[in-house]
Design a protein around this ligand. Structure first.
Ligand code: SDX
Length: 429
């Protein structure tokens, strides 16, 4: 353990704090004793300089555009692996052997069906309900059906709940989609791989055989890998905070889905495609770039910028390649949205505003074009993000629950409200 320290001088008193170093990345100044020693809190809205936990799962270097899952570069996992292998890696810390992979795939496959009564939840929603509203509701309700995997103190129940979440999210997501278009639900099939099974549940109809395109299945699987985990982002921090109270894993994942929905986070892929649609043609780009730079205009380039990446998001590069593969498979040579996206990226990356603020395309910039080409409506984009991110949320939740130092998260505040004053009876107001 590091012997480095940091000293803070406050109110004519110096307080020394231990500094901890990780395997890679910035050191942390351990300020747990600050309030007891100084009577003051730290102040860090948005947690721009705060490490909320110790984790061994995912590492991001925002300056270098590096993303590692358990030490493996995202580029290698996306190129040579598959999503369930990545799930195993994120959950257990090592790539599975052949036997471990076969066993894990089998266990996930045999948890894909949903309790039949859960179908009634869907019919309670309006057909035009946003699928993310359905995901929050139905995932939160899982704890009402799977009581035998809600005791978080039991490692076996934690493992079963983890597998159920990973296995059932595609089924629930596909049902949310089918419900929104008025088509019958399609049951999962045990003879299909994870991504193929999901595409089949989304696009098959009882009236005829549906053959899943290998290119589409590979693209879908790779998109899941890219979105699987991302350190302590807003939705993962939400899951950790919910889990820190001892809430069951299904409720914690529902909280993560709710947070991911926001356009500043996972909702950006839907917002980015809507933005490209609104821009419409390359000629309109300069006006939108002007608006994005105008501090008085709330408009931002959706799919651009990132709290951590101050260089190109490595996922965006892979997503762009995947986008071209899917469009090529479809024989789409000049997709107008892709044309606008690539010209917007070119202009933005040359513009001093974006260069100075180090704003680059993030994972959400190209994902929307790819998902639209795969046949999904924009309202399903964040649902697909939540499907993929479930394994990251579960892995981070598991890491927290298994940490013997774990305690409930309870931040403090800088109070700027009224000081104490006496009640005035209504007759005197
Ligand atoms: C995800 O955290 C994660 O890891 C998230 C994620 C994951 O995998 O979990 O990577 C997924 O959420 C990706 C991000 C998707 N969101 C968007 O694409 C929405 C558009 N981006 C912005 O809202 C913004 O960039 C954020 C929210 C992503 C990051 O915001 P920060 O870190 O709080 O940065 P900021 O808002 O303080 O911006 C810094 C400056 C500001 O200008 P000034 O006030 O300093 O003058 O850059 C400007 C911002 O106005 N800016 C943008 C911009 N993003 C930031 N200006 C125009 N367009 C943009 N997109």
């Amino acid at each position: 353990m590091s012997t480095k320290t940091a000293t803070l001088t406050y109110d004519n008193k110096s307080v020394e704090f231990p500094v901890h170093g990780g395997s890679i990345g910035p050191d942390v100044i351990d300020i747990q004793a600050l309030y007891g020693e100084s009577g003051a809190f730290t102040y860090d809205p948005g947690f721009t300089s705060t490490a909320s936990c110790e984790s061994a799962i995912t590492y991001i270097d925002g300056d270098e555009g590096v993303l590692l899952y358990r030490g493996y570069p995202i580029e290698q996992l996306a190129k040579d692996g598959d999503f369930l292998e990545t799930c195993y890696l994120l959950l257990y810390g090592e790539l599975p052997t052949k036997a471990q992979k076969e066993d894990f795939d089998h266990r996930v496959t045999y948890h894909t069906m949903l309790h039949e009564q859960m179908m009634r939840f869907f019919t309670g929603f309006r057909r035009d309900a946003h699928p993310m509203a359905i995901m929050v509701g139905v995932v939160g309700a899982l704890s009402a059906f799977y009581h035998d995997s809600t005791d978080i103190s039991d490692p076996h129940q934690r493992m079963v709940a983890s597998l159920r979440m990973i296995a059932k999210m595609p089924t629930i997501a596909a049902m949310a989609y089918k419900y929104s278009i008025g088509q019958p639900f399609v049951y999962p099939r045990n003879d299909l791989g994870y991504a193929s099974n999901f595409l089949h549940m989304c696009f098959a109809v009882p009236a005829e055989e549906y053959k899943v395109s290998k290119t589409f299945a590979k693209a879908m699987d790779r998109i899941f890998i890219l979105h699987a985990d991302h350190e302590q982002n807003a939705s993962t921090s939400t899951v950790r905070l919910a889990g820190s109270s001892g809430a069951n894993p299904f409720a914690c994942i529902a909280a993560g889905i709710a947070c991911l929905w926001g356009p500043a986070h996972g909702g950006a892929n839907e917002a980015a495609l809507n933005m490209l649609d609104e821009i419409g043609t390359v000629d309109n780009i300069p006006e939108y770039v002007r608006r994005a730079k105008d501090r008085d205009d709330p408009f931002r380039l959706m799919g651009f910028g990132h709290r951590v990446y101050k260089s190109y998001d490595p996922r965006a590069k892979i997503m762009q390649e995947t986008c071209h593969e899917v469009l090529d498979e479809l024989g789409i040579k000049d997709d107008p949205l892709l044309e606008v996206a690539m010209e917007l990226e070119r202009i933005a990356l040359e513009d001093e505003y974006f260069v100075e603020k180090r704003l680059y395309p993030n994972v959400d910039f190209y994902s929307g074009i790819t998902l639209k080409a795969l046949g999904f409506p924009t309202t399903m984009f964040t649902v697909l993000f939540s499907l993929a991110r479930t394994v990251g949320w579960i892995a981070q939740w598991k890491e927290m629950i298994e940490d013997p130092r774990q305690k409930i998260g309870r931040p403090r505040q800088l109070y700027v409200g009224e000081t104490e004053r006496n009640y005035v009876p209504l007759s005197q107001r």
